[in-house]
Write a protein that binds this ligand. Structure first.
Ligand code: M6R
Length: 608
């Protein structure tokens, strides 16, 4: 979603603002803009499309000024063009915004009756008009800001400059994150600490309902009534290096290849590699006493949760209710305080997941967060935090966060099984041993399958539709494979439970519809092979992702068979994720797609 940066500086800020926007590119955007105040006047440059369009404008027409705000916009209200790009100006007020002003329509009608003339289709412009109106009516800047905040509703991070005060930036947070950076004689603000990392590592995170004012050397935080509140600063570990591709063509490729090392680090938090036991988890959730679990998440994080459901139910005999967060939050699911709720989110800021968390909290459940960003809102509002320790994930398509989420869920389900007496000490040792071996197996698999997958991706890139099938934990993997392929290559793909083939999708099978079957040689193998036979009998082209035993057992003709090592069921989902990630990655790269920033997608979805 949109990215925000602001600097109250001592030197010209335009280039630094654009540089900081570059570190927010991963969030997804379709236009960008920057505004400064120079010699008492606001000025701005805005451009549709990528940041280089904005940079070309700035090269042609310099933008001086030592104070400024900048924005990458992910369109919600109004098409992504220059008029709708932020910052929005009204009578000496400049505004950038991330989120949605839900009551913008009624505010706009009211402002138009008052004589306001709107120049964009955005919801954001009502904020600039309200501030201009309150200033005209005689309110000071701070009072106008507070009056505006008491009129708008929705989810927002808002940043404001007034032309007649070239030493101050005002901001507010209600939903999307906002971080304040403390420099030496300069102050910064941004959507995250990585954006600000070359400037400072001393960060204050605003919380919902905060209004903040920064000058060259001061941060003042208050609530919407103007009452002062205290927010402590902290030293952030974020560095600009975290958004470096290294020798890789894309962040997604780098993140795929980082997995063995990162997962080993993540596992170290949950299991003891020497004794092959699980470590004690956050005590706020006592698995031994639970009657059930509710899991909710979006996209890839939801699919990780679906694999987790299989594990918690099988190993810990713990019933799991799971739903995508956009449904969970509204379906008025009866919950009991004897259950706990787990929310899975890479960013920790996904609006629907956060709303589901708040619903479950209101129902009296203990809340656990499986998150990557530990300072995130979802983490902060949870009783127990289970970090996935994947490091910043920049590619919009989630890869390393997915396998780290799986590793955490696997460890938690073993821990829950131990606590509930459904996993024996011997089984615990065996399973943890398999987890401990996983990073080495992942490295081997990544090296071995790469050339075959790259060649296969050339074939796959010629198709318009692809079907993925799997059973058991391979069913969520089939959906994840389809999600990965469609979001970055724009090839239409669907993931199905293999057993559902006969109930509809089989009608689509012909030589133009490759079917990717994910089938380790597990207890479902024979059944999945029967489904493959049904595909082959109808002329379907099969791409078979299996293990050595599975490859030896199947006699079916395939377009390609990708053979992975034989591994235990507890690590199979992580190992089998690797070919589906690489297949999507290479197919998209061959098609020349914008792999790291696919069209229309945002990394962190902070609106409904
Ligand atoms: O930050 P979150 O994990 O909450 O994000 C959830 C989804 O938006 C995310 O997984 C999305 O589906 C990815 N683009 C998938 O690759």
């Amino acid at each position: 979603m949109c990215g925000i940066v602001g600097i109250v500086g001592r030197e010209p800020v335009a280039a630094r603002l654009v540089d900081a926007l570059r570190r927010l590119e991963y969030r997804g955007y379709d236009s960008a803009g920057v505004a400064t105040i120079h010699e008492g006047k606001l000025d701005r440059r805005r451009a549709e499309g990528k940041l280089f369009n904005l940079e070309s404008k700035l090269a042609g027409e310099l933008l001086p000024g030592t104070i400024g705000i900048a924005h990458t916009r992910w369109a919600t209200h109004g098409v992504p063009n220059e008029e709708n790009a932020h910052p929005h100006f009204v009578e000496g007020v400049a505004v950038v915004h991330n989120g949605i002003i839900e009551n913008f329509s009624e505010l706009k009608d009211e402002l138009i009756v008052d004589g306001a003339v709107f120049t964009s289709q955005t919801d954001t412009e009502v904020v600039a008009h309200l501030l201009a109106k309150y200033t005209r009516e005689g309110l000071g800047h701070r009072e106008a800001m507070l009056a505006m905040l008491n009129r708008v509703s929705g989810a927002y991070a808002l940043v404001v400059m007034f032309q007649d005060d070239p030493g101050t930036i005002l901001s507010a947070r209600f939903g999307p994150p906002l971080a304040i950076g403390h420099g030496k004689g300069e102050m910064f603000l941004g959507s995250d600490a990585i954006a600000l990392s070359p400037f400072t590592n001393e960060i204050t995170y605003l919380v919902d309902g905060d209004c903040a004012i920064i000058t060259h050397d001061r941060l003042e935080v208050m609530d919407y009534q103007g009452r002062p509140v205290t927010r402590k600063s902290q030293i952030s570990q974020a560095t600009a290096f975290m958004v470096d591709k290294g020798n890789h063509r894309h962040f997604m490729e780098k993140e795929i290849y980082e997995q063995p090392e990162i997962i080993s680090h993540a596992l170290g938090h949950y299991v003891d590699f020497a004794s092959h036991t699980v470590k004690a988890t956050d005590k706020a959730i006592d698995f031994s006493k639970l009657s059930g679990l509710a899991i909710s998440a979006c996209g890839t994080a939801y699919l990780a949760g679906l694999v987790g459901k299989y594990w918690f139910e099988r190993y810990a005999r713990l019933p799991v209710e799971i739903d995508v967060a956009s449904e969970f939050r509204y379906r008025e699911l009866p919950l009991s305080p004897t259950q706990a709720a787990l929310f899975i989110s890479q960013s920790g800021e996904t609006a629907d997941t956060l709303a589901s968390l708040r619903y479950s909290k209101d129902e009296g459940l203990k809340i656990g967060a499986i998150v990557n960003v530990r300072e995130s809102t979802i983490a902060r509002e949870s009783d127990a935090i289970f970090p996935i320790l994947a490091g910043p994930e920049i590619g919009v398509a989630s890869t390393k966060a997915f396998t780290c989420q799986l590793a955490v869920l696997a460890s938690l389900s073993i821990a829950a099984g131990r606590a509930r007496g459904t996993v024996s000490e011997a089984d615990e040792k065996a399973m943890v041993k398999h987890l401990a071996e996983m990073p080495r197996i992942m490295s081997r698999v990544l090296n071995e399958i790469q050339p075959q997958i790259e060649a296969l991706s050339r074939d796959l890139s010629r198709f318009k539709d692809v079907l993925y099938l799997g059973r058991g934990t391979s069913y969520p993997l089939a959906m994840e494979g389809a999600l990965k392929l469609k979001e970055i290559s724009y090839i239409h793909a669907e993931g199905y439970a293999a057993g559902e083939l006969k109930h509809g999708p089989i009608a689509l099978i012909d030589e133009n519809m490759p079917v990717i079957v994910i089938a380790p040689h597990d207890r479902f193998f024979e059944k999945t092979v029967s489904n493959m036979q049904e595909v082959a009998a109808r002329g379907g082209k099969i791409i078979f992702i299996t293990d050595e035993k599975g490859a030896a057992a199947s006699k079916l003709e395939t377009l390609a068979t990708i053979t992975l090592p034989n591994v235990d069921e507890i690590i199979a989902p992580m190992i089998f994720s690797l070919p589906i990630q690489l297949l999507a990655y290479h197919t998209a790269a061959i098609l020349g797609a914008d792999v790291d920033q696919p069209r229309n997608l945002a990394k962190s979805v902070t609106v409904e």
